[in-house]
Ligand binder design. Sequence first.
Ligand code: SAM
Length: 232
Amino acid sequence: MDKEYLESFIKNELHQEVDGELLKFSLYEKLLKEWNEKFNLTAITDDEGILEKHFIDSIYPMKFVDFKNKSLCDIGTGAGFPGIPLAILNPSLKVTLVESNGKKVAFLNEVVNSLSLDNVIVVKSRAEEFKIREEFDYVSARAVTQLNVLSELSIPLLKVNGELLAYKLFDVEEEVKNAFNALKVLDSKIERIEKYKLPISGDGRSLVIVRKLKATKKKYPRQFSEISSKPL
Ligand code: SAM
């Protein structure tokens, strides 16, 4: 990984000083490559891909979202994206990583221990079976599922006024339109959509920010079979 590129992105774009964080990103990359030889954690394994598509993509929303002293639950975190990069750069952010796949959970525990990430806990669970409700300032999710289904998985976890941060590709309008009913039923609304380009490839991204307006009715989330066969 090009550490100097990451350092200048963090300094110039996020206006944050960097010290031990770069070492943590290097160690994370090393573990990701090692574990990926044994288990299929991610399809992106080249240095530039890890730098841009995993690390920078994960932290880019720090330009629009205030993570200071907040709590965040990253559902379907996989190998830790975006939750771990956000945790490395925001020590005051309390991060809960939720992942259903046991091998990925073992990897996440190894990363959290090796990087001494005191602000992160790892939970092996499906998001819709996670018992905690109405708890988090933010729920993040990247590449998990379509926004209508994702809303039912994530909004019950949020506090009233909390926000879902849905990391999406650039063209998101159709998906957002298809989620209007789900958002209405779940007493939530689209707060805003931040559009941006990744700095190396120029690939477009959208951060869809959904605000929860009222406490979620107890019947949501439903069982996953129902969520996916009869999406809201
Ligand atoms: N967020 C990561 C990223 O962007 O690299 C991983 C994306 S991967 C395509 C989707 C991940 O979500 C997988 O690791 C899968 O096991 C997990 N997942 C899917 N549905 C889930 C659910 N209902 N609860 C928890 N994890 C889930």
